[in-house]
Design a binder for this molecule. Structure first.
Ligand code: PMP
Length: 382
């Protein structure tokens, strides 16, 4: 009998009971001193944990809104922008930038591989870019970009550029020290490695990025995502610009308590260990991991089916087995599935997920030795 659904898609990720309870509190007025203190507290925590010397914007919205906020405040029409893409979400940056009338140079890798940093370096020598974007983990391919090395290349070859990193499928699961890696803008959403329900967009803007926005003058065409509208609120959340998502702010506060208790470095190490264990388990079962080994993300895995396994059947049977996984995107749709393993996903979830995959393969008459995937997983987790 199955009476729990374990959500193992790459976001939203499992939400622990204490975070659910924080989100389920009676909603207070956003001007309530208790809420104002909590909101201020999370902004300060985010700034110090990610070493952001500017401001962190936490607003109602999703990851895409955070991407839009990053582009809106750091570029103006006609600017040159370099977009480094390792899949579907990297490409989204070029869509957003083109709509704003930016001159986009798009460097795309084959899905599963990365754009070599040396090639990025050469491109950066060709012209001056106002901004460079990179997606830390592209959630289509589960490829992790070498964002530190890219950041060093940007600082060296195009020091005037603002380096924007999409951390939607990475932040709080993989190291993104803004100072160390030269990241000017880090953006993310609540529903992935923070383990909070969907609905909060977060943009960490350093002092260079705030200065870039200030240079653009009093107004920019965008309204809701304009830094200038939110700066007074982030400084003093008693002020109003647009209604904050009160309950999700509380959920994020609880998520940050969990993160501080675990310690960011321990959290990153746990993600690395879990990611390697999941990859080993899936390979033992006969799947092929799409991402080349050095670039495999610790936060999710895209796995190609073995011959004879039908995507629609696989995903519907595994759902009956109590685990939800995601389909693949782009040219891998129907050929692969995606398994999230980030945030507060724990050993129980991982064991359940791999065991459900085994049961599913068994029900689909695929060749599987029951227990072999769980065994490979457990060997790496103990
Ligand atoms: N960037 C990445 C890397 C993502 O994985 C996603 C969502 N899967 C987005 C951006 C867009 O975020 P959202 O769906 O929350 O708008």
């Amino acid at each position: 009998m199955i009476n729990r659904k374990i959500v193992m898609i790459p976001g939203p990720t499992p939400v622990t009971r204490s975070i659910q309870e924080a989100a389920g509190r009676e909603t207070w007025a956003f001007g309530d001193p208790g809420f104002v203190k909590d909101y201020k507290g999370i902004i300060e925590d985010l700034k110090s944990l990610w070493r952001c010397d500017g401001q962190v914007f936490v607003v109602a919205g999703s990851g895409t809104l955070a991407m839009e906020m990053a582009i809106a405040n750091n570029t103006k029409p006609g600017d040159n922008v370099l977009v480094i893409s390792h899949g579907f979400f990297g490409d989204r940056f070029s869509d957003i930038a083109r709509r704003k009338g930016l001159n986009v140079d798009l460097m795309q890798s084959e899905w599963g591989a990365i754009v070599p940093v040396a090639e990025i370096g050469k491109k950066l020598e060709e012209k001056q870019y106002a901004a460079v974007t990179a997606t830390h983990v592209d959630t289509s391919t589960a490829v992790m970009a070498p964002i530190h090395e890219i950041g060093m290349a940007v600082k060296q070859k195009s020091p005037g550029a603002i380096y924007i990193v999409d951390g939607v499928a990475a932040t709080a699961g993989i190291d993104e020290d803004m100072e160390k890696s030269g990241i000017d803008v880090l953006l993310t959403g609540s529903q992935k490695a923070f383990g909070v329900p969907p609905g909060l967009a977060m943009v960490f803007a350093n002092s260079r990025s705030l200065a870039r926005r200030a240079e653009a003058g009093e107004t920019i065409p965008e309204y809701y995502v304009d830094y200038e509208k939110w700066l007074p609120v982030m400084d003093d959340p008693l002020k109003y610009f647009a209604t904050p998502s009160v309950n999700l702010v509380w959920a994020l506060k609880e998520a940050l308590e969990i993160i501080k208790h675990e310690g960011l470095d321990n959290r990153y190490a746990r993600h690395a260990k879990n990611g390697a264990a999941v990859a080993a388990a899936l390979e033992t079962l006969g799947f092929t991991i799409l991402a080349e080994k050095p670039w495999r993300a610790p936060t999710l895995t895209t796995a190609l089916y073995m011959d004879g396994v039908d995507d629609a059947k696989f995903r519907s049977v595994i759902q009956e087995e109590g685990v939800i996984v995601a389909g693949a995107l782009g040219k891998y749709a129907g050929k692969a599935f995606r398994l999230g393993h980030m945030g507060n996903t724990d050993t129980h979830d991982l064991v359940c997920a791999i065991a459900a995959i085994e049961r599913t393969l068994h029900r689909l008459n695929a060749c599987v030795k029951l227990g072999s995937g769980v065994g490979a997983l457990m060997e790496r987790l103990v």
